[in-house]
Ligand binder design. Structure first.
Ligand code: ARG
Ligand code: ZN
Length: 873
């Protein structure tokens, strides 16, 4: 059942134009399609025509106007074959589908009574018979017919060209999309929606109408998305020279959506959680997420739509590049240092874990069973890191020249990763052959670094060894081309020293190129003993080990010239302390707090800083998930105990400083999601969480006040989380009840209410998860609810999910089994925590594997089958 990259062939026939008519009905929508086809010049004449199609009921079929006889075509579960076709022809089909019965949320489905579509990657084949592959690009004309009252708004890609009334209270709109596109970019929306409208003038003077379509009650939640869209449009012009290419750009918010959003040409469809914001309902993090997703989908108009992927193995061509683009955009609009810290800490936790598990795959996989399983952290985030390395390797000017070349040369085409990297090689003159291994080799490279300072000769010798561990299907790995950005920080001066490498002066911050399995770098004229600051800005997605002592790390935390590495030094210092405490916990030895961590934090809290956002990050301990990632064998209880101990130790020692920082950073201005305000809120809230870690009476009072003041969701949610996670029911219960009643009408806020409760550390939380699954605001059919309740519990409440009686695992498996029938894509994603069984003790391994076996015994969707098979292989 697997599809292989090496089997790629162009299609036998291509579609030049597609004409669709939808006659909408919840149970029986009729879809008429006229496809204008011609033989592909690279393929033989006389081949049969095969079209994809799933769960369609064919009502009529005709070739060049002549109905086909039953023996002239064949239908199976995967599609339709017409045995004999001419070189050029048109094919008419009519099928019936049932949007209301579509719980997989792929193809045409209903959400809150409105019709919408999700076609990437292979959803279009659930709408009509079609060569549903990205290298078939056609212009589309789409007529949507609906009920004038229930569906006053009828949307599709491109520009509306005709509309009118029809008998029986029906009406129609015809849309014309002049840009050839693959079927995965098709979209249709119909329902009772309201819009907010704005406009943008492009750099060449095109007036673009911008619309955000929502249900009426959400009209007040679109302002931030609209502002973000306009900023993104301007940014893409300035940073990449890319301009929008239609007169209309639409965004629609839907409640039931498998992912964040989708870049359909001219009609982006968004998970409502990824577009709607209001100071009272969305946190700062949500505001920032909306900004970056709006930008991401908009940027796809060039990196994805105008230039698309030849096949789905190239998915990272558009996703890695577009994530890189949205990261740079967010860095430019907010605090670049914090953006990088957030992205990297997430990456090192979640992508490293993926790379280390049974579903590890390269940025460009070479086979898959279900492409829906490959919308992964590796394709998206590691893909973005690879593009970032390219950008740093070739330099800013060549990167821009290479991207201009890429967009110009391949406009309107479906291309490969080689085409992209080739443009960068041409523009820079660099040989990127070895670099291409980043796309084909799975696993996280590990670099072991050692350094020696030779005082007599003023030399610093740095030795780097790289190795990539084996991953499923890839036992042997080749050395990669790894850019290592570094500085040498002088221990006397506390400054970055000027660097001279092999006679070449490099400034005080340089990139060295590791290409061999082992390589030595000799820096000369090093006037004082340095501490090396390596992999600055996380210049490559690798694990770097260097035998830093605690003094070295405390020194870097105070003096490193690179802000990112200053943060990283603090994380490493905390990790050393945590390691000791984890060992102490396991051995039943009394835990002792490392005073160097306390002194380092005291230094941070008392130093003058103008970057509060970075300070908040520095004061945040590594998450339990990240700590787990660093351990050879994950002991969830020891990790939880050690981290809690450090947090309480810091809170006890630095209580007054945390109180002062809390008070100094309170705001009385009206809420705005500006970098300055966000920085203050996060610093203040970090301080509050330390105070609450020791349930300090004054801290409790402040948390209560903050909750009750009801200033904005960031503060309310943070306070509610702290109260809910405290050991005192008299703090948590009234607050949870008040919040739940106040927001019962707001589905997105209720998702937060679920997530806050299921992350409680108390051992009875599993009962609460079960109880909440029966809550009227919960539904297994809504992916946001499933993620908020089940996904959050299994992914973030580590101590309770990994209970030794296996009840956490059982609950997850039960949900997976039910979702396997309803929504296979979500079901497959939800399994992730169970696939990591190999990292745990034997008892937990056995329990986790038993649940995987129980899932395997079901009749499985390809999505779940592929993940479970890999997990048990
Ligand atoms: N292309 C979309 C985006 O990254 C995501 C589509 C996800 N589709 C899926 N079947 N998972 O913006
Ligand atoms: Zn994307």
């Amino acid at each position: 059942q697997a599809t292989h990259l090496s089997d790629y062939r162009p299609p036998a026939y291509r579609v030049t134009r597609t004409e669709l008519t939808f006659d909408l009905d919840p149970a029986a929508t009729r879809v008429k399609a006229r496809l204008h086809l011609e033989r592909h010049p690279e393929r033989d004449a006389g081949l049969p025509l095969t079209l994809h199609g799933e769960q369609l009921s064919l009502k009529a079929i005709a070739l060049d106007g002549e109905p086909l006889e039953a023996d002239e075509y064949e239908i199976d579960a995967a599609g339709l074959t017409v045995h004999r076709v001419p070189e050029r022809f048109h094919l008419d089909t009519e099928v019936e589908i049932a949007p209301e019965a579509n719980t997989a949320l792929e193809g045409l489905y209903q959400s809150n009574g409105m019709y919408c579509t999700q076609c990437e990657a292979e959803g279009f084949r659930r709408i009509t018979y079609y060569p549903d592959r990205p290298d078939v690009m056609a212009t589309f004309s789409t007529t949507v017919i609906g009920d004038a009252e229930r569906e006053p708004v009828l949307l599709s890609n491109g520009n509306p060209v005709e509309r009118g009334a029809l008998p029986n209270g029906r009406h129609f709109v015809t849309w014309e999309d002049p840009h050839p596109k693959p079927s995965y970019l098709f979209a249709l929306v119909a329902g009772d929606l309201e819009k907010v409208e704005d406009s943008f003038t492009t750099m060449s003077g095109r007036e673009v109408t911008l619309q955000i379509w929502v249900e009426e009650e959400n009209l007040g939640k679109t302002e931030h998305a609209m502002a973000s869209l306009k900023r993104a449009m301007a940014w893409d012009e300035q940073a990449y020279g890319r301009e929008y290419d239609l007169d209309l750009f639409m965004i629609v918010a839907v409640n039931d959506f498998n992912m964040g959003a989708m870049e359909n040409k001219g009609l982006n469809i968004f998970n409502s959680a990824a577009v709607l914001t209001h100071p009272h309902t969305a946190t700062d993090a949500a505001f920032q997420r909306v900004e970056s997703i709006v930008a991401h989908e908009y940027f796809h108009n060039w990196s994805g739509n105008r230039v698309t992927c030849r096949d789905w193995f190239q998915l990272s061509l558009k996703e890695g590049f577009t994530v890189f683009r949205d990261q740079c955009f967010s860095a430019d609009t907010n605090s670049p240092a914090v953006k990088r810290i957030e992205d990297v800490s997430f990456f090192r936790t979640a992508q490293f874990a993926e790379d280390d598990g049974p579903t590890a795959h390269p940025v460009r996989p070479d086979h898959y069973i279900e492409i829906g399983n490959f919308y992964t952290l590796t394709i998206y985030e590691k893909g973005a890191e690879v593009v970032r390395m390219l950008a740093n390797l070739v330099g800013e000017a060549a990167f821009r020249a290479g991207s201009d070349r890429y967009f110009e040369r391949f406009d309107g085409q479906a291309v490969t990763i080689e085409d992209f990297v080739g443009c960068m090689a041409e523009a820079s003159g660099l040989d990127l052959t070895q670099f291409m291994r980043w796309y084909d080799q799975a696993g996280t490279p590990e670099i072991d670094a050692h350094g020696e300072y030779d005082y007599a000769n003023a030399e610093y010798r740095l030795i780097l060894r790289q190795r990539t561990p084996a991953t499923p299907g890839q036992p042997d790995k080749q050395p990669l081309h790894i850019p290592v950005r570094l500085g040498l920080v002088g221990t006397k001066s506390g400054r970055d020293l000027p660097l001279t490498l092999e006679g070449e002066t490099l400034g005080s911050d340089a990139v060295i190129h590791l290409r061999e399995a082992e390589q030595e770098f000799l820096f000369t004229d090093v006037s004082e003993a340095p501490v090396p600051s390596l992999l600055r800005g996380f210049s490559a997605p690798v694990k770097l080990r260097f035998p830093y002592g605690r003094e070295d790390l405390a020194f870097l935390l105070a003096h490193d010239g690179d802000g990112f590495n200053r943060w990283d030094a603090g994380q490493r210092l905390a990790m050393l302390a945590l390691d000791d405490l984890i060992a102490a916990h396991r051995n039943g030895v009394e835990k002792v707090m490392d005073t160097r961590v306390i002194e380092a934090f005291r230094g941070l809290l008392t130093a003058e800083t103008d970057d509060r956002a970075v300070l908040a990050e520095m004061l945040t301990l590594p998450s339990e998930a990240y700590i787990a990632e660093q351990q050879p064998l994950v002991d969830v209880d020891a990790i939880h105990a050690a981290r809690t101990f450090v947090k309480q130790g810091l809170a006890t020692a630095l209580r007054d400083d945390f109180l002062r920082v809390y008070r100094e950073n309170r705001l009385d201005e009206p809420y705005a999601p500006t970098p300055a305000q966000i920085a203050r809120r996060s610093l203040k809230n970090v301080a509050l969480s330390y105070l609450m870690a020791i349930e300090d009476e004054e801290g409790i009072e402040l948390a209560r006040q903050q909750f009750e003041a009801d200033h904005n969701m960031t503060d309310v949610r943070h306070a509610l989380t702290l109260l809910t996670h405290s050991s005192r029911d008299e703090l948590s219960e009234p607050a949870l009840r008040a919040f739940g009643e106040k927001w019962a009408h707001d589905t997105l806020v209720m998702d937060q209410w679920f997530a806050i409760q299921v992350t409680r550390p108390q051992p009875d939380v599993l009962d609460r998860v079960k109880f909440l699954m029966a809550h009227p605001a919960f539904s297994l059919k809504n992916p946001n609810k499933v993620r908020a309740l089940i996904g959050t519990f299994a992914g973030q409440n580590r101590v309770n999910f990994h209970r030794l009686d296996g009840e956490g695992y059982r609950l997850l498996a039960d949900v997976v089994i039910e979702l396997n029938r309803l929504n296979p894509e979500i079901a497959a994603r939800l399994i992730t925590p169970l696939t990591r069984w190999a990292r745990f003790d034997e008892q937990r391994q056995a329990l986790m594997k038993a649940e995987l076996e129980r899932i395997r015994a079901e009749e499985l969707s390809p999505n779940v089958y592929e993940v479970v098979e890999k997990a048990l292989a």
